[in-house]
Design a protein around this ligand. Structure first.
Ligand SMILES: NC(=O)CC[C@H](N)C(=O)O
Length: 276
């Protein structure tokens, strides 16, 4: 076991399926390697979860399938674990910081009773514009990102119909929304939530980098599916978006690094205070 000061647990929710998420998250986390170490927990296949006392920061990944359904084993343990992290933060000075991505974000919204999760009419996949809400404009998670900013989306489900009274009761905030869609019959889905000062989540993939996206499209079937869905012109525009410095590169360089920097600063400050 490494004795670096800050320990990160990566909660792998990919169910053993091939994905780009893990490599990208590890790549971002490694940028902080002088001060952090990490360990991976396979939640959905091996039902692994960390010892809460051992880790300071938790990144819970995206994953396949319906977020409303688990197997009655890993999902029950996962939710109980989220509850214990939440409880820990109400009782202890040194806080646990959690980032929920995509599948985990949907599960967290459900678990905290903040909104409904429904299946979309079609898959959302590609470079999307993400709009900050008023609360999002000042949220430190998005510092350094424009409004709108860009994110990689890859999902069949959506978080909608926020229960605003529960948001205000819990002090949670919607910090970003989907773009306004051409077809007004669709409501805008929630793209990020600040659950508490220490728990935050995004529907999109802030870890994604252009290489991961292109690797995904090397699979002929995946490429054809997306091209047919979007049409040739939109598909080409999306590939061009990938090359812009201020789109996916910017989000990759900004959002998770913000989350980690905020968490690390907070942890170092409290740990120092308590050791004095
Ligand atoms: N990339 C993801 O984590 C996808 C989340 C979820 N399985 C969905 O399809 O909406």
């Amino acid at each position: 076991m490494s004795n670096k000061i800050i320990k990160i647990a990566l909660l792998d929710m990919y169910k053993g399926e091939p994905n780009q998420g893990m490599r990208c998250i590890i790549d971002v986390v490694n940028r902080f390697s002088p001060v952090v170490s990490f360990e991976i927990f396979d939640v959905r296949v091996k039902c692994e979860l960390p010892d809460i006392k051992e880790f300071d920061i938790y990144i819970s990944t995206g994953g396949p399938g319906n977020p409303l359904i688990g197997d009655g084993n890993w999902d029950v343990k996962y939710y109980a674990f989220i509850d214990s992290l939440h409880k820990w933060n109400t009782e202890n000075a040194i806080k646990k910081h959690v980032l929920f991505i995509c599948h985990s974000f949907q599960m967290a919204c459900l678990h905290f009773g903040l909104a409904t999760v429904t299946r979309r009419n079609d898959t959302s996949f590609g470079v999307m514009t993400i709009h900050k809400t008023k609360e999002g404009l000042t949220d430190p998670l998005f510092e350094g990102l424009a409004d709108p900013f860009y994110g990689i989306d890859s999902r069949d489900y959506q978080v909608v119909q926020p229960k605003l009274s529960i948001f205000s009761k819990k002090g949670a905030k919607i910090i970003s929304l989907e773009k306004i869609r051409d077809n007004v019959q669709y409501e805008r889905a929630i793209m990020a939530v600040r659950f508490t000062d220490y728990f935050v989540g995004t529907q999109f993939h802030p870890e994604a980098d252009p290489v991961s996206f292109i690797s995904h499209l090397r699979n002929k079937q995946a490429k054809e599916k997306i091209r047919n869905m979007k049409g040739k012109r939109k598909f080409r525009n999306m590939l061009e978006d990938l090359l812009d410095d201020d789109k996916i590169y910017r989000t990759n360089e900004t959002l998770i690094p913000n989350f980690l920097r905020i968490a690390i600063n907070d942890l170092m400050k409290t740990k120092r205070m308590l050791s004095n």
